[in-house]
Design a protein around this ligand. Structure first.
Ligand code: PRX
Length: 561
């Protein structure tokens, strides 16, 4: 049963003129949108920034920064010259093609500049989420023996250099900290001329660490060829046009923030809004109004929070520029779609993809009817199947493994130092990539998300590995055993819930649960900290290997709540 279908809103969409529903589509057709198709010279940073200057669009606004204290813009020409200066500083300090450059910065134009500076000289950029604590930062940089880090001076207390021996150079932005150079200060003296380092389409572009149900987060490496799909989905799914003002609310430490907050909009030459600050419905309405946002990409939890915090707040703001809204990262419940339609008179277009897929694969295109509760249908050039346990296709309405036919342009290049993990996405052979999601399709091919096939937790759209949280809890002297699951939550989709068995003598300790929560929050990251912790006598485990049975904990939780 699906809730009432919402028809497309009449407007001129990019895709209408370029593709007919049902027509085959070959990604090769997108190549002629790039300068490298003629010159043979490839670099993502060039296509996002320089080409707009070279083609006479240098005076257009590239970045529009809005925070409580400041508001300013950078044109494409200004962005190019800043990127070149920063890149020259990196070159002076020895950064070479293929090196990893980590970027640990708040949502700010500096983050965009740092990323492009690294990319432009052929380095692989590793954006880190701004709320990561010491251990999360350390684990990621250590895993790929990163040599370079650009961070904010106020984040330096979360960078434990002694425990990251590979790190030869750290730069801060703004203030110098002791002997650590400030890249912004050095960039003032550097040249704004730079010879771009040309790369191959398959050379490394960026790395994002992402969690699964086992082990520590894995490094997913993407290549410059991703720009093909990132440009095209920006054009067809986000419907970006030259005059648009576009806002993606995600931080570049998450894949959405990098792909659709940095690359896709700038490949399409549109003004990209960066909001420096925390979420509140009021702050976000202010950004939408002030920056005159026309296309907005966000996530279900934020939209649910807007709904619950705002009542009729929207009537106080001029949202007349807003014309297209999209969502990603977690199930988008029909109520939110209906609320948005009543409140803003706009549909929310759910989209589906993953860190590993590098760009959107399933989406509600602006030209298609929306069936609330569905993530949409495969975009042109993408083929989806629902497979059973033996890898055989299932008929409509039967739930199985969501699979994508291999061969889309933005597919991950590799899992860093982990070919076994890479192969695990293809259990039935190279033809089908398995997402780890469970879903069904209706007879029209609309895909309905039904959950994960593993124990990965999705809280507010953030991917959390239970193993990481369990391991962190075990480091606390009070905890003997731990099992962590996602517990359904009306606002956040899921919350992290931990079951623990404590050592004798700790049972009565006052404030222990709060202490444990704080422990995870300060050592790992706030989004990983269990919102609920329950003390139990024994954890359910497999008889042979003694592994914690999270599924039993889930069953137990749903029976008792
Ligand atoms: O379970 C799916 C969920 O998020 C996972 C991917 O997480 P991540 O790599 O962090 O990327 C998130 C944003 C690109 C998927 O395996 N997910 C993503 N989009 C949706 C979704 N679940 C339901 N509906 C969606 N639209």
């Amino acid at each position: 049963m699906t809730a009432a279908i919402i028809p497309p809103q009449p407007a001129k969409y990019n895709i209408e003129a370029e593709w007919m529903e049902g027509e085959p589509f070959d990604w090769i057709a997108v190549n002629d949108r790039f300068t490298w198709n003629v010159t043979g010279k490839v670099n993502m940073a060039y296509e996002c920034v320089d080409r707009h200057v070279d083609e006479g669009r240098g005076n257009r606004v590239a970045l529009h920064y809005v925070s409580e204290k400041e508001e300013w813009t950078l044109t494409f020409a200004e962005l190019k010259s800043e990127v070149n200066r920063w890149a020259n500083v990196l070159l002076q300090h020895g950064v070479k093609k293929g090196d990893f450059v980590f970027v640990f910065l708040p949502k700010h134009p500096h983050c965009h500049i740092a990323m492009f500076a690294a990319i432009k000289i052929g380095a692989v950029v590793g954006p880190l989420f701004e709320a990561f604590m010491e251990e999360a930062v350390k684990d990621r940089i250590n895993d790929c023996e990163g040599k370079y880090l650009i961070t904010d001076d106020s984040f330096m207390d979360r960078v434990n250099r002694e425990e990251i021996p590979s790190l030869t150079k750290v730069f801060t932005t703004n203030k110098t900290v002791g002997a650590i150079p400030s890249i912004t200060k050095e960039a003032e003296k550097a040249s704004d001329e730079l010879d771009t380092v040309w790369v191959d389409l398959d050379d490394g572009l960026n790395i994002h660490y992402t969690s699964g149900s086992t082990g520590k987060p894995k490094g997913i490496i993407h290549a410059h060829r991703n720009m093909i799909q990132q440009y095209q989905t920006g054009r067809w799914v986000l419907d970006l046009k030259e005059d648009d003002v576009y806002w993606c609310t995600a931080h570049p430490g998450w894949v959405t923030g990098t792909v659709y907050g940095v690359f896709a909009p700038l490949l399409n030459g549109v003004t990209t809004v960066i909001h420096g600050g925390r979420f509140s419905a009021k702050a976000w309405y202010e950004v939408l109004e002030k920056a005159k946002v026309s296309v907005w990409y966000s996530a279900p939890t934020a939209l649910r929070m807007m709904k619950s915090q705002s009542e009729d707040m929207h009537v106080r703001y001029d949202l007349s520029s807003l014309r297209h809204i999209l969502s990603v990262g977690e199930p988008l419940n029909p109520e939110v779609i209906h609320w948005a339609y009543q409140t803003w008179n706009l549909r929310i277009h759910d989209t589906w993809w993953m860190t590993e897929t590098g760009a959107q694969l399933i989406a509600n295109l602006p030209t298609r009817p929306i069936k609330p509760g569905s993530m949409g249908r495969p975009i042109p050039g993408i083929e989806v199947e629902i497979l059973n346990e033996e890898g055989q296709p299932l008929p409509p309405y039967e739930t199985g493994h969501l699979a994508i036919r291999s061969g889309w342009p933005s597919m991950m290049k590799e899992v860093w130092k982990n070919p076994g993990k890479f192969s695990s996405y293809f259990p039935f052979g190279e033809e089908w990539y398995l997402a780890g999601d469970l879903a069904y399709r209706d007879e029209e091919g609309y895909v309905f998300f039904q959950g994960r096939s593993d124990d990965m937790i999705n809280s507010s759209g953030e991917r959390i590995g239970p193993f990481e949280v369990e391991s962190k809890l075990l480091e606390h002297p009070a905890v003997r055993e731990s099992g962590v699951i996602g517990k359904p939550d009306p606002v956040r989709g899921e919350i992290v819930k931990a079951f623990i068995v404590v050592h004798d003598g700790y049972k009565q300790r006052e404030g222990l649960l709060e202490e444990l929560r704080h422990f995870v929050k300060t050592e790992l990251a706030a989004h990983c900290a269990p919102r609920e912790i329950e003390m139990i006598e024994e954890l359910p485990k497999t008889q042979i290997s003694g592994k914690v049975l999270r599924r039993e904990l889930k069953k137990w939780e749903s029976a008792n709540s």
